[in-house]
Design a protein around this ligand. Structure first.
Ligand SMILES: [Zn+2]
Length: 59
């Protein structure tokens, strides 16, 4: 099941845990902030947090 960007509905590759495409993420948060968010989400996924169906954004 392909994930889609929550802003523009573009299909996502699935490599990132965040449900926003590169273009929208950068336009919303800026490049550095978006990268930090992706790092956070990917780290949370890699540590197993998302396996419990709990998709909160790490603070
Ligand atoms: Zn998008």
């Amino acid at each position: 099941m392909a994930k889609k960007c929550v802003y523009c509905s573009a299909e996502l590759s699935g490599e990132n845990a965040v449900d926003v495409c590169e273009r929208c993420g950068i336009s919303v948060w800026g490049e550095k902030m978006f990268q930090a968010i992706k790092d956070n989400m990917n780290a949370a996924r890699d540590s197993g947090d998302l396996n419990q169906g709990n998709i909160g954004i790490a603070s």
